[in-house]
Design a protein around this ligand. Sequence first.
Ligand SMILES: Cc1cc2nc3c(=O)[nH]c(=O)nc-3n(C[C@H](O)[C@H](O)[C@H](O)COP(=O)(O)OP(=O)(O)OC[C@H]3O[C@@H](n4cnc5c(N)ncnc54)[C@H](O)[C@@H]3O)c2cc1C
Length: 442
Amino acid sequence: MDARRYTQLRGMPVIVVVGGGFAGVAVARRLERRLGPAEARIVLVSRNNYSLFTPMLPEVTSGELEVRHVVTPIREQLHRAQFILADVEAIDIKEHAVRYRHVLTRIVSTQTFDQLVLALGSSTSTFGLPGVAENTWALKTLADADALRNHLVWLLEMADTIADDERREKLLCVTIVGGGFTGVETAGEIAGLFRSVVPLYKNLRANRPKIVLVEAGTALLAGLPAKMGEYSRRVLQRKGVEVVLGDGVAAADEHSLTLQSGRHIATETIVWSAGVKPSPFLAATSLPMDRHGAIRTGRDMRVEGVSGVWALGDCAAIPDGEGGTYPMTAQHAIREGPLCADNLVAALRGTSTQPFVYRALGMMAALGGRKAVAQLPGERVITGFVAWFLWRTYYLLRLPGLERKLRVAFDWTIDLMFPRDTAELRFGARQEERGEEMARHA
Ligand SMILES: Cc1cc2nc3c(=O)[nH]c(=O)nc-3n(C[C@H](O)[C@H](O)[C@H](O)COP(=O)(O)OP(=O)(O)OC[C@H]3O[C@@H](n4cnc5c(N)ncnc54)[C@H](O)[C@@H]3O)c2cc1C
């Protein structure tokens, strides 16, 4: 008997949501509200037991925000849905089954479904450039941000300790690739971190760290009003960031970044924020994909040609009705979630579904030092302190739960009064390895 018929025979449809980010949690929460306990069993499977508030990730990197304060436990956000802490390993569309491996027990199990919602997000794309995947720091997950923060503190410690001037210069050069929101915000944040803590390192006072932001296009924040990119460039340059425009990356290795122009930047820290691609896990499924690897859906988020399967968020190509698809942003994922749930309920009840229609409210980027750029509805642009205040207020209100809001507001207040924390919290083998490296260079 096929798995789907089995669940149906038991009477209650099973809805499985995979991915516990902005999109997946929004779907599960709406399903809980729309369906009574006797109407459906809702199961959410995700590899972390929290959802991550990515817009604040660059601030974790600079130590302005505490790691735990930008995540919200999934169980706190759900009331009735069952949560499974697992890595989804395979999806069998024909058999209506999801195979997953529990993160802690490593036990592999199968969950059958009547309806499946795919919200697996995206991962970093290095476009197959030589040495880039192996020699760069990503900024996509909480672990990435925490590791990068520790690394930045480590390199200051190392630069303060070693006697080799050439190596010190390389250590003190941080390169960020990608002049989109993440790259611009990260450059501003790292500049803020260095400004705050370098005075604590006596041997570094004469050797200021260098930050280089590399963008292949001719402007920062491409696709947004030119004024936003131009303002961001000026603010970052005033903070000492070298902004390289119109030069893409050719290759990277342990000691340098090579640009297409042939320029070599001597650096041991390259932050890669130049691209994302839909979850590569999906390539192994039989689902219809667009050329970027996103799942093709109808305007109601139902996967093209596959009944009972829905997709949304970064992993989905949802037509925008104007010949394109909606962008990969949290702003969209949060809004797609409730409508996807409503459409799924409509499908269960045999009523008609609705297309997703949304016009972005605008975009904002924080540049550090109480400056930001913001695009408002109607193509209006604001910059400086007012934009920064708007950025903080908007994202603070968007953070789920009062407790997180208070914690983040407290971190921001502390940051106004004291230098950033320079404790390097890294334990175990890597710490020893780095200690040995320091001893070699001292
Ligand atoms: C640094 C950074 C800053 C950003 N800033 C902004 C911003 O300011 N504004 C904005 O609108 N957008 C921003 N974005 C984009 C935004 O984060 C994404 O568009 C949004 O997270 C997409 O939501 P999602 O639910 O589709 O995916 P995600 O939020 O990525 O959620 C996917 C979930 O699926 C889980 N998962 C993935 N694979 C598996 C698997 N095999 N098994 C189990 N679970 C799995 C993941 O752990 C994750 O919980 C930013 C992104 C980054 C990285």
